[in-house]
Design a protein around this ligand. Structure first.
Ligand code: ADP
Ligand code: ADP
Ligand code: ZN
Length: 210
């Protein structure tokens, strides 16, 4: 299965990607997570990406396409993959086709704008391993610490209200049109992402036939 997860910030793409990944034993490629790891490691990529991410803007297409191509060339992607947060522009979607990267399905996870602020303002991320939590809907068993690695849980800088507004605007302008792009290829399945994590997961598995 070669799958794209499409949806606004906070739709639950990362959360659902994890379940699909475990169920199908395929890797998840999250461009956001890769960029944040580069920022943590203070690499040249991280330095370039940080100013865009902190403002809620998109990192340039060429940069993101290059890291995805490199990641997809690793052997663990041969069995299949989930692209989480990529493509985010029509130009990125076209780059997928131009580079001969195969996509079987596009799962569009849909939630209204009102849900998003609540999801993002309660989101916490482990500073060490990047695991995602929610203070109400998916709390860590260790409270303020990551239950996987004991790391400190922090708010992502781009989950602040003003940056959320920018990201929503960018989403509607640049990313939403991708759905129509893949509809013309007949690849889109749509799932409502408003329900609880477990109920959404059931709907996702059923829509994917897995
Ligand atoms: P979310 O999970 O909230 O949708 P991500 O973790 O996917 O956010 O992305 C966080 C930020 O990283 C984005 O706001 C953007 O600045 C950058 N980013 C991630 N993926 C891409 C991409 N495919 N193209 C451009 N920028 C990206
Ligand atoms: P995305 O990758 O689309 O930005 P995440 O998977 O990071 O979204 O989810 C955003 C936040 O909402 C996280 O804190 C996550 O724990 C929480 N969350 C994800 N799915 C649900 C859901 N179905 N119901 C409630 N909270 C959710
Ligand atoms: Zn952790």
């Amino acid at each position: 299965m070669r799958l794209i997860l499409l949806g606004p910030p906070g739709a639950g793409k990362g959360t659902q990607a994890k379940s699909i990944s475990e169920k199908l034993d395929i890797c998840t490629i999250s461009t956001g997570a890769m960029l944040r790891a580069a920022i943590r490691d203070n690499t040249p990529l991280g330095k370039e990406a940080q100013e865009y991410i902190d403002k809620g803007k998109l990192v340039p297409d060429e940069t993101v396409v290059a890291i995805v191509k490199e990641r997809l060339s690793l052997p663990d992607c041969e069995k299949g993959y989930i692209l989480d947060g990529f493509p985010r522009t029509i130009a990125q979607a076209e780059a997928i086709d131009k580079n001969g990267i195969k996509i079987d399905k596009v799962l569009s996870l849909e939630v209204d704008d009102d849900v998003i602020t609540e999801r993002l303002s309660g989101r916490r991320e482990c500073k060490e391993c990047g695991a995602t939590y929610h203070i109400l809907y998916n709390p860590s068993e260790k409270g303020e610490k990551c239950d996987k690695c004991g790391g400190e849980l922090i708010c992502r800088k781009d989950d602040e209200p003003e940056t959320i507004r920018n990201r929503m605007k960018v989403y509607h302008e640049e990313t939403e049109p991708i759905k129509a792009y893949y509809e013309t290829q007949g690849k889109v399945v749509t799932v409502k992402g408003r329900d609880k994590v477990e109920d959404t997961q059931k709907a996702v598995f059923s829509a994917l036939g897995i």
